[in-house]
Design a binder for this molecule. Structure first.
Ligand code: GH3
Ligand code: MG
Ligand code: MG
Ligand code: MG
Length: 299
């Protein structure tokens, strides 16, 4: 996650201008270059860009249009944009800042001032990225949190709806966890949650799948492009992986180790259905897994 160097995209229709900025910054940062607005948008969406230095006057698509388009796209909205232009009227500068640029540098510029501004904005970008990452992780287990899950589930749902593809959800709940806490204390309980969370994360091997802590001692997994039969197989693998951790649980009546019960639900989404409906189905299946004896998967 900690990539060594941050990345700057330099956009200017003049190759000489691009070259000057590149020479100034290439020793400290990864540099991408674009000589048109279209090219800039394509790089901004396909590469991991931390900052954009953007010329204003360019043929076809000017810098203002590029910036507006970047700010409209959720994928590129958070990339800070600094305009660099010879246009120095108050209206030009104000316009640039109004449409979302973080700064506006007037040509001819002083190299050390530009470097310092770039450094400061990149430093802020680093903290913003870190905050964003932390806001999506569960503090105890280090896996995705509920907020992350809600966003990802919504995205997966819409993707499956578009592609008429199946989507599965697993709800997992630790068996007799209250007794575990009562027996070992909450600190050991927390430790157990951490181990279970990490093990579940490691069990989901396919790209589109992921696990989150749903709350308390409950976890949830999203399995994209997965019909019911396969969801059941994945769930059973996860269930066995947890028991194989061999975390002693003397108060459990289903195993000598900590175990989970799993409710699985699958659907091919159609208009009018909701993600909440699928979750409810998984929750009902989980209830069945509990009442049918725990340490099992119900579909
Ligand atoms: P069941 O097999 O029916 O799921 O029984 P259970 O005891 O696991 O279910 P219940 O919902 O009654 O208890 C969940 C327990 O999980 C209660 C609570 O103390 C514990 N718990 C929830 N969040 C945390 C946490 O963050 N840390 C610890 N240590 N315990 C937690
Ligand atoms: Mg120009
Ligand atoms: Mg519970
Ligand atoms: Mg439980």
């Amino acid at each position: 996650m900690e990539s060594a160097r941050q990345t700057i995209l330099i956009v200017d229709d003049s190759r000489l201008n691009v070259q000057i900025l590149r020479d100034m910054l290439a020793d400290q940062y990864e540099i991408f270059c674009a000589t048109s607005g279209e090219q800039a948008l394509s790089i901004a969406t396909s590469e991991n860009v931390d900052l954009i230095l953007l010329d204003v006057i360019m043929p076809e698509m000017d810098g203002y249009e590029v910036c507006t388009s970047l700010k409209k796209n959720p994928q590129t909205r958070n990339i800070p944009v600094i305009f660099i232009s010879a246009l120095s009227d108050t209206e030009d500068i104000t316009k640039g800042l109004d449409i979302g640029a973080i700064d506006y540098i007037i040509r001819p510029f002083n190299q050390s001032i530009v470097k310092a501004r770039v450094r400061n904005h990149l430093e802020l970008k680093k903290y913003r990225d870190l905050l964003e990452k932390l806001s999506l992780l569960d503090g105890l287990t280090g896996i995705a949190n509920r907020r992350y899950f809600d966003e990802a589930f919504d995205k997966e749902w819409r993707r499956a709806l578009r592609n008429r593809d199946s989507l599965s959800v697993l709800m997992l709940d630790i068996d007799y966890f209250k007794k575990y806490n009562d027996y070992y204390g909450h600190l050991r309980g927390d430790d157990c949650l951490r181990q279970v969370g990490q093990a579940l994360k490691n069990s989901t091997i396919r790209g589109g799948d992921f696990v989150a802590r749903y709350g308390g001692e409950e976890f949830v997994a999203i399995l994209s492009s997965t019909p019911a039969e396969n969801a059941f197989i994945v769930a059973e693998k996860m269930r066995k992986d947890i028991e194989s951790l061999q975390i002693s649980h003397p108060m459990s009546t289903v195993s000598e180790y900590v175990t989970v019960s799993i409710g699985a639900a699958a659907i091919i989404p159609e208009q009018g259905m909701t993600p909440a409906g699928l979750l409810e189905k998984a929750d009902k299946a989980l209830y069945r897994a509990k009442s049918e004896g725990r340490n099992r998967t119900a579909l």
